[in-house]
Design a protein around this ligand. Structure first.
Ligand code: SF4
Ligand code: SF4
Length: 340
């Protein structure tokens, strides 16, 4: 099975990247969002209309039963909670014994019509992964919009009251309501070492605001979509691309999320990851038949060992400590640890 795209990134690899067993089904429910963040790689916002159809929701449920190694259903958007099929997907995935992740922007918890959302997530034991790119009001509002920090803090307090984050990352705690926070840099830099930043977040949020959480996830900004527009406006695109390429770290390759994730687009097209989805890079075509599987027909057999579609944007996942929807992929180099 041949790659759709090759170039400098491909030349860094000894052999093409290939998929393993599909453990994570990431469903992008659409581009509608109540926010318009500057770094958004989806270009989401209130005026977008694209969304997964009812048949698409059915197709995702049926696919859950066809992937024997599936463990996690990861719901993303836009704001996935705004989709009318969101709660059904959660309930049905949980009934299948799957972990469900909600990529939640926190302010959605206060939107009209979402009054019962926090309780629903807690009742279903949904793992909440929430964006909070800084613990400073100014930085959050600059990146995500005026008033977003305040709304995010209100959302976090509400989740905490329901028991989210009570374990604070400890394994000896009986709370199973996991709350992770997501950090991404405000500009054209790599994220600092996750463990250093996590300690800062924990200290400031607890001391100043009484907020607890389980884990801090650091994500590298991808030079695509709205963030690419920002880089171009600031004349920093080439420097940032160079930084990512020069920071290539081979040790990140085994843990890349595309090896175990299947990303579903709102129109039923399949991708190796959400970033490829935004770049309209579908799964690679079969070298003999030329066929590309879709949501309604794909099987695990068609996915295993399939070559992953890569491009220059993949440097965003392989730079420094690496990056994925689950955070960094390897420990930060020693120099970074002592010099945050
Ligand atoms: S980053 Fe998240 S919260 Fe912000 S606009 Fe994009 S989808 Fe919405
Ligand atoms: S962008 Fe990242 S996750 Fe997606 S194919 Fe490239 S390396 Fe894999």
């Amino acid at each position: 099975m041949k790659s759709m795209e090759s170039g400098c990134f491909r030349q860094k690899l000894e052999s093409p990247l290939t998929r393993g067993n599909t453990r994570v089904l990431q469903i992008n429910l659409g581009r509608v969002c109540n926010q318009t963040c500057a770094h958004c790689h989806v270009g989401a916002g209130p005026t977008r209309t694209e969304k997964l159809s009812e048949e698409g929701v059915e197709g995702c449920l049926s696919l859950m039963d066809r992937l024997p190694h599936l463990q996690v259903v990861d719901l993303t958007g836009g704001a996935p909670e705004l989709h009318s099929g969101f709660r059904d997907l959660v309930v049905q995935a949980r009934a299948r014994g799957l972990e469900v992740i909600d990529r939640c922007n926190l302010t959605i918890l206060q939107e009209k019509g979402q009054e019962s959302l926090a309780e629903f997530l807690a009742q279903q034991g949904v793992h909440v992964v929430a964006s909070l790119p800084c613990y400073s009001r100014d930085n959050v509002d600059r990146q995500r919009g005026d008033g977003v920090f305040e709304g995010s803090i209100r959302g976090l307090k509400r989740l905490n009251r329901l028991g989210y984050g009570a374990a604070e990352g400890r394994r000896d705690h009986d709370s199973n309501l996991q709350l992770d926070l997501v950090f991404n840099p405000g500009g054209a830099t790599l994220p600092p070492p996750a463990h250093v930043l996590e300690n800062d977040y924990r200290r400031v949020l607890k001391q100043d605001l009484g907020i607890v959480f389980d884990r801090l996830i650091t994500i590298t900004n991808m030079p695509i979509s709205r963030f690419l527009g920002q880089l171009r406006k600031e004349g920093k695109e080439q420097d940032y691309r160079q930084l990512l390429e020069q920071s290539f770290n081979e040790a990140t390759l085994p843990g890349l999320m595309c090896r175990e994730t299947l990303s579903v687009e709102y129109n039923g097209r399949l991708h190796d990851c959400d970033f490829n989805q935004m770049l309209s890079m579908g799964l690679t075509a079969d070298s003999e038949s030329g066929e590309v599987p879709d949501l309604w027909t794909v099987t695990e057999e068609q996915l295993v060992d399939r070559e992953i579609a890569t491009g220059e944007h993949c440097y965003g996942c392989t730079a420094g400590q690496g990056s994925s929807c689950g955070g960094s992929l390897v420990e930060a180099p020693a120099a970074e640890k002592t010099n945050p």
